[in-house]
Ligand binder design. Structure first.
Ligand code: NI
Length: 236
């Protein structure tokens, strides 16, 4: 399932993140983007990133993590078990593209033992899409491609199993945040079913509450079914 979630960060939070990135002191700012990529994708990658362990990166990261953690659609779609700390990238000038690649399946988690399995990849767009040309995130599928170029503060969540690329930015700059999620529900099919069920139940409960201030017995039972499926499929 590829999903777009709008306005995950408020305009104020987006502005704070951009200001942190743009006003980073010398030595804390943009560096060559091949730092976090595997050998194969390093050949495809030509962009810039904020230093993964930098202080400014950490401050901007906290704003992003707090925004996504508060967002109910993000949480129910991703069912995150662990998050790879978000990083920030920039495409502009000569460092303006990332060719077709697939993200590494396992990543070492900074400061923790073992590996994080990347079930989902996420791109959070941070600047106004009309201020740059190109820069679409293109996700390749069987016989079709899906391109995303979203408003600042909106994100796309997609299975990390897909081959994807970022089209060259030919004018202006594209600034985004990217990260990976290990989900409590590993199967994309099961996760999608849970998401559909949860969203439908939420809509039904809201309608019932608006109509007469209480939820029906059927809503209670459906909510029970959702939780029992989660109990069966989730590895917390
Ligand atoms: Ni990627």
């Amino acid at each position: 399932m590829q999903l777009v979630i709008s306005s995950v960060l408020s305009a104020a939070d987006v502005a704070k993140v951009l200001s942190l990135l743009r006003n980073a002191p010398a030595g804390e700012g943009w560096v060559d983007g091949t730092a976090t990529s595997g050998q194969q994708s390093a050949q495809m990658k030509n962009n810039q990133q904020m230093p993964e362990h930098g202080k400014i990166t950490q401050q901007a990261r906290e704003i992003v993590v707090s925004g996504i953690s508060r967002h109910p659609s993000f949480m129910t779609a991703a069912l995150p078990r662990r998050l790879y700390p978000p990083n920030f990238n920039r495409y502009s000038g000569d460092a303006n593209t990332f060719g077709a690649h697939i993200d590494n399946a396992l990543r070492t988690l900074p400061g923790a033992p073992g590996f994080l399995r990347t079930d989902l990849s996420c791109t959070l767009f941070l600047n106004d899409p009309s201020s740059y040309e190109g820069g679409e995130l293109v996700i390749e599928g069987a016989g079709r491609e899906q391109a995303y170029k979203l408003p600042a503060g909106s994100l796309t969540l997609y299975p990390a199993t897909t081959v994807h690329r970022v089209n060259p930015v030919t004018r202006g700059e594209r600034v985004a945040c990217f990260f990976w999620i290990e989900s409590m529900v590993r199967s994309s099919e099961q996760r999608e079913l849970l998401y559909e069920l949860d969203m439908t139940i939420m809509a039904q409960r809201t309608r019932e509450l608006q109509a007469d201030g209480k939820e029906s017995a059927e809503s209670v039972r459906l909510t029970g079914t959702y939780h029992n499926l989660l109990r069966m499929w989730a590895t917390p």
